[in-house]
Write a protein that binds this ligand. Structure first.
Ligand SMILES: Nc1ncnc2c1ncn2[C@@H]1O[C@H](COP(=O)(O)OP(=O)(O)OP(=O)(O)O)[C@@H](O)[C@H]1O
Ligand SMILES: [Mg+2]
Length: 224
């Protein structure tokens, strides 16, 4: 459950998000809208990467301003560009990182890393160098590294921009299969077909909120 209460976000002089009030109990939430409308800012509020200038953001009962560390442990975030989140030279070390930070026993880490890589088309990739992978493979590594920690909520900010059709489908299947709440920011409207709720941002406000067909129609009308 995600709750925003009178949330505004200022960055420098700019009012990037303008008094958002939202209760989001759904498990599949899409976010669309024009470039610069505030989608990434909204996504970053959800795991405490950004804190509201006014108001409160609560996720799974935790206030992101008060419980930042706990929030970051429980909310997984996948960036548009995997290079922003991959830190270790090999795939195995990188995917293991979140589990090490959570003090999971070594033998269990190895087994969980192997299983998650297998499930995402990267079986046996443990010793491969991340910088030698393709962009799509790196994105799958980034996703695997987040999913392996079993977050309560998975937030993805345009995760398929760099991907071909097959890897886009893989990401979406991984999202569909994930037994956890998902917030997906995307310009690829086809990805939202099965979603329960879609928000359309414009100028830092939510200007449409409802089922995918309704909200996508609103967005198309805005752009025409
Ligand atoms: N540090 C900052 N200082 C000032 N303005 C900022 C800062 N960071 C972001 N902004 C502005 O906030 C607005 C919203 O940015 P945001 O990245 O949330 O948009 P977005 O909807 O994700 O866009 P895109 O579709 O291009 O990814 C933009 O106008 C951006 O220029
Ligand atoms: Mg963005």
């Amino acid at each position: 459950m995600i709750e925003l209460e009178a949330v505004s976000l200022r960055r420098g002089e700019a009012l990037v998000l303008d008094r958002l009030d939202l209760a989001l109990p759904e498990r599949r939430i899409g976010v669309i809208g024009a470039n610069g409308s505030g989608k990434s800012s909204f996504a970053r509020l959800l795991n405490g990467l950004l804190l509201p200038s006014e108001g409160h953001v609560r996720v799974a009962g935790l206030d992101t301003s008060a419980d930042g560390k706990a929030v970051r442990r429980r909310i997984g975030f996948v960036f548009q560009n995997p290079d922003n989140q991959i830190v270790y030279p090999t795939v195995g070390e990188d995917v293991a990182f979140g589990l090490k930070a959570r003090k999971v026993p070594k033998a269990e880490i190895a087994a969980r890393v192997a299983a998650i890589l297998d499930r995402h088309g990267l079986g046996g990739f443990e010793d491969r160098l991340v910088h030698e992978l393709s962009g799509g493979e790196r994105q799958m590594v980034a996703l695997a590294g987040v999913l392996v920690t079993e977050p309560d909520l998975l937030v993805l900010d345009e995760p398929t921009t760099l991907l071909d059709l097959r890897n886009t489908r893989r990401i979406i299947q991984a999202v569909e299969a994930a037994d956890r709440a998902v917030v997906l920011v995307t310009h690829d409207l086809d990805l939202l077909a099965g979603f329960e709720r879609v928000l359309c941002f414009d100028g830092g406000r939510v200007v449409a909120d409802g089922s995918p067909p309704e909200v996508i129609a609103h967005y198309r009308a805005l752009a025409s």
